[in-house]
Design a protein around this ligand. Structure first.
Ligand code: 5GP
Length: 197
């Protein structure tokens, strides 16, 4: 049976990265490593956090049809290399994409069977607080990300489910429970299809 493509998305500062790390510890899903044109930050690892590529390389990957989806976000480009995702899915492994909403909606259009989870911040004040306290972005960048968050939140109802990230442990448990429901549904359908009558 082919694996399931899970997409975790939502505004920057909602805790996608932290939730993702916990999911990888507590669930069997495999993470897809994205390509980006943004600068590598301290502590980030090439090939683990991202593949860091030039703008020309990114364009070449798009032109060669190597990207499953891609988007421009806050002045940089981010995309999911297609090949690795396809290989894992064909091997029966479930794959997780941690991406922003423009990309998530491209995936939904292209692969309607993908399962999309929208991560919601408890409040806008908390979202801002998280962006400020994590200290990765400057003031201008935070403003840009908060402006993007309003459009992004409007996309939430297009997802398969919405989960509030208030308590990390509960949020991750809720996502795993949702993943397992989807896995059971797929298994059931597969059994019906393969049933000899
Ligand atoms: P950051 O610069 O904070 O690492 O990422 C900025 C945003 O880009 C985050 O919302 C992150 O989820 C998103 N992102 C990371 N990789 C991808 C990708 O491959 N495609 C898309 N569409 N967004 C991505």
């Amino acid at each position: 049976m082919k694996g399931i493509l899970f997409v975790l998305s939502g505004p920057s500062g909602t805790g996608k990265g932290t939730v993702c790390k916990e999911l990888l510890k507590r669930d069997s899903v495999s993470l897809s490593v994205s390509a980006t044109t943004r600068e590598r930050r301290e502590g980030e690892v090439e090939g683990e956090t991202y593949y860091y590529v030039s703008k020309d390389e990114f364009d070449r990957m798009i032109a060669n049809g190597e990207m499953l989806e891609y988007a421009e976000y806050s002045g940089n480009r981010y995309g999911t290399p297609k090949k690795a995702v396809e290989t894992l899915l064909n091997d029966g492994r479930d794959v997780l994409l941690e991406i922003e909403p423009q990309g998530a909606l491209q995936v939904k259009k292209l692969l309607p069977e993908a399962v999309l989870v929208f991560l919601i911040p408890p409040t806008m004040a908390e979202l801002k607080n998280r962006l400020v306290t994590r200290g990765r972005e400057g003031g201008e960048e935070i403003k840009k990300r908060l402006a993007a968050a309003r459009w992004e939140l409007l996309q939430a109802e297009k997802y398969n489910t919405q989960i509030v990230n208030d308590d990390l442990d509960k949020c991750v448990s809720d996502i795993i429970e949702f993943f397992n429901t989807k896995r059971d549904e797929r298994r059931k359908i597969e059994e019906l299809i393969n049933e000899t009558v």
